[in-house]
Write a protein that binds this ligand. Sequence first.
Ligand SMILES: [Zn+2]
Ligand SMILES: [Zn+2]
Length: 294
Amino acid sequence: MAPRVSVQKPPNIELLEFPEKQSLNWSTTLVLVLLHIGAVAALFMFSWANLAVLLFLLWFATGLGISMGYHRLHTHRSYQVPLALEYLFAVCGALTFEGGPIFWVATHRIHHQKSDMPGDPHSPHDGGWWAHAGWILMGEAKHNNTRLMSKYAPDLAKHRFYVWLNNYHWLPNVLLAGLLFAIGGVSMVLWGVALRVVVGLHATWLVNSATHMWGSRRFNTRDDSRNSWWVALITFGEGWHNNHHAHPTSARHGLAWYEIDMSWIQIRVLEFFGVAKAVKVAKIDSALLERDAA
Ligand SMILES: [Zn+2]
Ligand SMILES: [Zn+2]
């Protein structure tokens, strides 16, 4: 009898090439449409408590989860924190409805690899709307293809927790919605989940669209990345995107004193208390910053 040999098929990396001809992803689109309807409905149910919940959760999810977590920590490893805090940041990131950590990190690493070239998942070269939201609406349902996305995020795929969170990235929001409903009823769910998620999504998407189209360029990078003060203000410092493309592993994105970078301030605070370690910072010529300030 011939020995049985198990042949492991290599993953189909082609699927990650984001082919041009794609059809609408109905489930993603439906969720996003419902969230937008909920966001508009929320505006008719204003209360100061609801506004406070929205602002806190925007900081918690988009600030800690995306800017400090998924982006500067999980994708670029620009600083280190204890594993428990790393996991917490990932849960915060999942609260944005931007997908699980392995999906987000893999997509973003591909963006850096192929910025504004064929293969970039979200470049304005394929249209401003495409870079903003089209790529998500038209994309294949890769969010849950953990095995495939893990090829680009092997460091995360080693952790069972990240694999689990990648598959159940929607769960934290469902639990949060239940908690908010118990505290403040339907209006607090609409403010704390629907409106907060929609604001957070568009802020993050502006980094993919606006800061690859509008703003100033300090560094002559091979992509079209720009520095945008107004995007930086609404994304906890992510708008200093030309700085970031020039120095991807720097934990500090706003390189000049006048470039407000909330996440950098928070990382400095964590470093001061000994929580953040091995913080990487771009070393650049101060004359360059002075020239830009003039
Ligand atoms: Zn970019
Ligand atoms: Zn990046």
